[in-house]
Design a protein around this ligand. Structure first.
Ligand SMILES: Nc1ncnc2c1ncn2[C@@H]1O[C@H](COP(=O)(O)OP(=O)(O)OP(=O)(O)O)[C@@H](O)[C@H]1O
Length: 274
């Protein structure tokens, strides 16, 4: 196997005097899609910002292509959370994608023919040709996501990072985007890191999983990570894993909690023991 494009080892981050991430480790290789799953406030965005060198790391390291992550931003296409455009934003999809080239190359302009070819390639890669000349503010949520992904892809990054790209999308649009992530990973052999609250939509394309709970992570394949023992340790209380068809649900293990409470009650009130 080739070298990892991203290697995170024992990463810890503090913010505002509070520990937000503790001892997070995982590797990501070209041609792999990794889902970073966690509830609100679990630390997903903080982890991404640490990787990008936007938030200081307290301990551990994040290497991109062997160098400290902040020094390798040219390798990365980043789509932050919650990008929205006003209906009257005077920018076509094509212009937004081209900004991905121009914004980083001031003083070193590309020839316009080459620029147009790169923009067309990125629009094609995300299936945005049909709305390339439409204003971004007039696009649907799913189309806007495609537009910002094309913007991030236009410089042909080796690592694509997407923060909550499925938020607020209907089922069909989310599934179409997930299929797009799978295609980009395989055909371009790039590494893709996607954050989400729910792992289910991403299961069909996911190679690796980083499951974050309160700043601590379990990492590996879905089979390795989504196990009651692994997740119970992470949550700090018993959880059960239910599989229904291709869907997975992680729930507090009520039976185990009741049993534990029963034991505690028995100890506290031995006369009640059966
Ligand atoms: N600049 C900051 N200073 C202090 N605390 C912060 C700062 N930014 C984030 N936090 C805290 O860090 C924790 C993790 O936040 P983060 O945004 O990384 O979580 P998240 O998993 O991305 O959540 P969400 O899914 O809601 O976006 C939260 O408790 C948040 O309040």
């Amino acid at each position: 196997m080739s070298d990892p494009i991203l290697s995170v080892a024992h990463l810890s981050v503090d913010l505002g005097g509070r520990s937000i991430l503790r001892d997070v480790s995982f590797d990501l290789y070209p041609g792999q899609l990794c889902a970073l799953i966690g509830e609100n406030g679990a630390g997903k965005t903080t982890l991404l910002r640490g990787l990008l060198g936007l938030t200081p790391i307290r301990a551990g390291q994040a290497l991109m292509d062997g160098a400290p992550a902040g020094q390798r931003r040219a390798l990365v296409g980043y789509v932050p959370q919650k990008i929205a455009f006003d209906a009257d934003t005077p920018l076509r999809t094509r212009d937004l994608v081209q900004l991905g080239l121009d914004g980083h190359r001031l003083g070193l302009p590309l020839f316009s023919g080459r620029k147009k070819a790169l923009v067309d390639q990125a629009l094609h890669a995300v299936g945005a040709e049909d709305f390339a000349d439409q204003r971004v503010g007039e696009l649907s949520g799913g189309q806007q996501q495609r537009a910002v992904i094309a913007h991030a892809l236009v410089r042909q990054p080796r690592l694509l990072i997407l923060d909550e790209p499925l938020a607020n999308l209907d089922f069909g649009s989310a599934n179409a985007l997930v299929a797009l992530f799978g295609r980009l990973t395989r055909t371009r052999q790039i590494a893709v890191l996607v954050t989400a609250h729910d792992m289910n939509p991403l299961l069909p394309v996911m190679d690796r999983l980083v499951y974050l709970v309160g700043g601590q992570a379990a990492t590996g394949s879905v089979e390795e990570v989504v196990q009651p023992e692994v997740l119970s340790k992470l949550y700090g209380y018993p959880v059960t894993v239910l599989r229904h068809g291709r869907r997975i649900l992680v729930l507090p293990d009520v039976a185990a909690e009741d049993a534990e409470a029963g034991t505690a009650a028995s100890v506290a009130h031995p006369e009640k023991a059966v």
